[in-house]
Design a binder for this molecule. Structure first.
Ligand code: FAD
Length: 460
């Protein structure tokens, strides 16, 4: 338990109203989106960079482990408290420190909600491209730690591509600045790119300077139905092999379509639909018809059942309804979701999904696959009953077989969710010992006492 001395030091540095060790607060901050719970010893709510620097130094002095937290929407236990740790919640650090449309940048504190950045940018004809599905509530600090990306990643890239510089505090309380304010810069090592995606294991990020882009004038959406998964994924390959890059290229397999049937959002799909693609284009109004024509041509081929187009806001929302209903619908299949976010080369997607189907059949499991097909990034969800030991064992075997297949196909174990606590045992499958040893020595440089997010990212 946290000593009275340490608690008093935190209260004196941050203010008594920013340090909580009561049972209700500890219970509230005991989990993220994973189904596990670990109560922290206390929860701290810093309100500025200086607060974070102060609390890091107190943690160093008392050797207190810190669990960093944005909105707790992560799916891999990144914000799950390490036993005996104190949670640092960034949710009170929500100031926009600078908005500079002329230089297309914005400087924000780590607790700013992702959608808020995009909303401010759009007010000046700009936009912030990274769009994780949780963008209405997740925080930029969490996005930076996990290098979040969403449907727009296929055209615009992920969080890492929009970070110009960071302000942060290391595990031993040093205050650092990385990067610069310009879109070019090669002075020194690129610590910005190192911190982004490091899962909060190297530093507490307090502020970020983010790059913005001119907002596209218009968007058009295609909902494309196919008779089989292979037909749909072959079409994905064709789309990615021509010159018009869609700003979304999302895939749903046949089990996903079965899952949404009870919601009614599949009612207007052709009855024999076994796979669905959502394809979006954006740009200048006069250029959209050309883009849509090129995309339709690439999508045409074996197994195409129907293409519906939407150009207006309501029509677009209507087309996305099936995809948007999926997350909740999947939860009805079984109480526990073993959720993978693997990536394979786009040209290997069809073979990979065939493999998933065969593995699911062989192990008699419900496996639902959907995701950001344009990046080859699939959410493979093994739906299981945790009190059924036999099913859990079959799921374990299927899970490992799927991960090994990903690597054999030249893919990677996580496209956007990161490693956290949930996937760290699989890391040695992908990263060889010499590389992992260098990563551990980098961790040692930033956090010599291992106080930041212990038990995350690295295998035991
Ligand atoms: C419905 C739903 C849809 C989602 N869709 C997507 C998607 O499309 N794409 C995607 O990439 N992810 C998605 N996610 C996962 C999740 O939302 C992202 O990983 C997001 O970036 C987490 O942000 P958060 O603020 O909730 O961070 P948390 O979950 O609180 O923390 C995530 C990690 O960041 C670390 N961290 C938080 N703040 C800081 C900081 N200031 N400094 C250093 N480390 C910090 C934490 O320790 C933890 O390791 C989705 C999740 C849900 C529930």
């Amino acid at each position: 338990m946290l000593s009275d001395h340490a608690l008093a030091a935190f209260r004196s540095a941050l203010g008594a109203d920013r340090v909580f060790d009561d049972a209700a607060t500890r219970a509230l901050y005991a989990c993220d989106e994973t189904p596990r719970r670990v109560e922290p010893d206390a929860v701290l709510f810093p309100s500025s960079h200086d607060d974070v620097a102060a609390l890091a130094r107190i943690a160093l002095e008392h050797r207190i482990a810190l669990t960093l937290r944005g909105a707790g929407s992560g799916n891999v236990g990144g914000a799950l408290p390490a036993p005996g740790s104190v949670v640092v919640s960034f949710e009170c650090m929500r100031r926009v420190l600078e908005f500079d449309p002329a230089n297309r940048l914005i400087v924000v504190e780590a607790g700013v909600v992702t959608d808020e950045i995009d909303r401010i940018a759009r007010g000046a004809g700009l936009f912030y491209p990274p769009d994780p599905g949780s963008s209405a509530y997740c925080r930029i600090g969490g996005n930076l730690a996990m290098n979040a990306g969403g449907p727009r990643a296929v055209k615009y890239g992920v969080t890492r591509d929009y970070v110009l510089g960071l302000r942060a505090v290391t595990g031993d309380g040093r205050e650092i600045r990385t990067g610069c304010r310009t879109t070019k810069g090669v002075t020194g090592y690129d610590l910005t790119r190192l911190l982004v995606g490091s899962g909060g294991t190297l530093a507490l990020v307090t502020e970020a300077t983010l790059k913005l882009l001119p907002a596209p004038e218009a968007v058009a959406t295609l909902r494309v139905c196919f008779a089989s998964t292979r037909d749909a994924l072959d079409a994905v390959s064709r789309v990615m092999h021509q010159s018009v890059v869609p700003c979304a290229l999302e895939f749903m397999d046949h089990r996903s379509i079965d899952a949404i049937r009870p919601t009614g959002t599949a009612d207007d799909l052709p009855p024999d639909t076994r796979a669905l693609l959502m394809v979006e284009a954006d740009g200048a109004v006069e250029d959209l018809p050309r883009q849509i024509a090129a995309l339709k041509q690439a999508l045409g081929g074996a197994g195409l059942l129907e293409i519906r187009s939407g150009f207006e806001r309501d029509a677009i929302a209507q087309l996305w309804a099936a995809r948007k209903s999926l997350s909740n619908a999947v939860k009805q299949i079984a109480p526990l979701k073993i959720n993978e976010d693997v990536v394979v080369p786009v040209s290997q997607l069809a073979d990979f999904v065939d493999f998933i189907d065969h593995t699911a059949q062989a192990q008699n499991l419900a496996v639902v696959s959907f995701g950001h097909a344009g990046n080859g990034n699939l959410h493979v969800n093994l739906m299981v009953h945790p009190d059924d030991a036999d099913e859990m064992e079959r799921a374990r075997l299927a899970h490992e077989a799927i991960l090994l297949r990903v690597l054999a196909l030249g893919g990677t174990l996580s496209g956007e969710h990161g490693i956290g606590t949930e996937k760290r045992r699989f890391v040695p499958l992908e990263i060889e010992p010499a590389t992992l040893a260098i990563m551990r020595s980098i961790k040692q440089q930033f956090d010599p006492h291992g106080l930041l997010n212990p038990g995350k990212l690295f295998p035991d």
